[in-house]
Design a protein around this ligand. Structure first.
Ligand SMILES: Nc1nc2c(c(=O)[nH]1)N[C@@H](CN(C=O)c1ccc(C(=O)N[C@@H](CCC(=O)O)C(=O)O)cc1)CN2
Length: 298
């Protein structure tokens, strides 16, 4: 059996096109474009690439992009003061501080300073609480992107057995909450889970978000299962000066022999993160300007 490959890159491109159409309608109705502020602290090369991609995608969708690049030694107080300014700026509907932050800055202090109603990353405890209790709020981009791919692949998820491997606040926990909301039977597995391979073997849906290259083996997968690989791990470069291969948390070749469908790395979940960020920003703009929007198109 050979699984089908879930093309996250194509799905994300189509979502960004639908968003651009709705941005134009919003602009007409509200007299302004939705605005996204992205804050980058320091020079982490991967973060710089992601922030550049966010800027390009924001502008391409017709939104206003407000970039703030701060030096690696900026103080926490200066960063919090910038967030206060962005919270008060009416042109800005969404605020995102790129993670990871330098060690001297407390990530929790930063994410909780963002106005929950502009928190398009969905990392504020108020939004985590809203998701956990079934209230309307912002959902973190990566897990919401995974859910969109799963629903596109499988339709109704009710009654399916799902395992989420990894319990981070950014991916694992919100993913488990989203799947619970879809009436899946959810297991949230982690580094202390006993006999992980048996837990994975029971699942119709596997979401791997552990951050360990190719940890989930092909023979752990239930035949026909849908596998969503959130991991982005760079292998050591084969020759000095070149880039190592990107691999996910799942042994892709092994999973392809058994699963029904698998997301690749790259080109699976990753591109959904930025497309959903635009979606959350557009939704925020509509809510803040009290302009109704077409939920089904997003
Ligand atoms: N404030 C936030 N910080 C971070 C988030 C986040 O959602 N909010 N997520 C990640 C980084 N990230 C976006 O910020 C991101 C990661 C990966 C991709 C992506 O498209 N990946 C490509 C491969 C890219 C490559 O070649 O390296 C893929 O998987 O196809 C987009 C965005 C951490 N920080």
């Amino acid at each position: 059996m050979t699984a089908s490959i879930i093309d996250g890159k194509a799905f994300a491109a189509a979502l960004r096109e639908r968003i651009a159409t709705q941005v134009a309608s919003f602009h007409e109705a509200a007299g302004r474009a939705p605005g996204l502020a992205v804050v980058l602290v320091g020079e982490d090369p991967a973060s710089a690439v992601y922030v550049r991609s966010k800027h390009k995608a924001t502008v391409a969708a017709g939104m206003g992009s407000f970039e703030h690049k701060l030096s690696a030694d900026v103080s926490q107080d200066e960063l919090l003061a910038l967030i206060d300014t962005l919270n008060a700026d009416d042109r800005i509907d969404g605020i995102l501080v790129q993670l990871p932050l330098p060690d001297h800055i407390d990530e929790r202090a930063v994410t909780t300073r963002i106005d929950p109603d502009k928190d398009v990353d969905g990392f504020h405890p108020v939004n985590a609480g809203r998701l956990a209790t079934g209230l309307y709020g912002f959902v973190p981009c990566t897990p919401l992107g995974c859910l969109m791919l799963l629903k596109d692949q499988l339709g109704d998820l009710a009654g399916l057995d799902a395992v989420v491997i990894g319990r981070s606040n950014i991916v694992g926990k919100p993913m488990a909450a989203l799947l619970t909301k879809e009436s899946c039977t959810v297991t949230l597995a982690h580094s202390k889970t006993k006999d992980l391979s048996s837990v994975v073997r029971r699942a119709d849906i596997v979401v791997a978000a552990v951050g360990r290259a190719e940890m989930i083996k092909g023979d752990w997968i239930k035949p026909g299962a849908t596998v969503i690989d959130v991991g982005i791990n760079r292998e050591a470069a084969p020759v000095e000066g070149s880039n190592g291969r990107l691999v996910g948390d799942v042994d892709f070749a092994g999973a392809m022999q058994v699963a029904g469908a698998v997301t690749p790395v790259p080109g699976g979940v990753g591109p959904m993160t930025i497309a959903v960020l635009l979606r959350n920003t557009l939704v925020s703009a509509h809510r803040r300007a009290r302009v109704p929007y077409d939920k089904d198109a997003l």
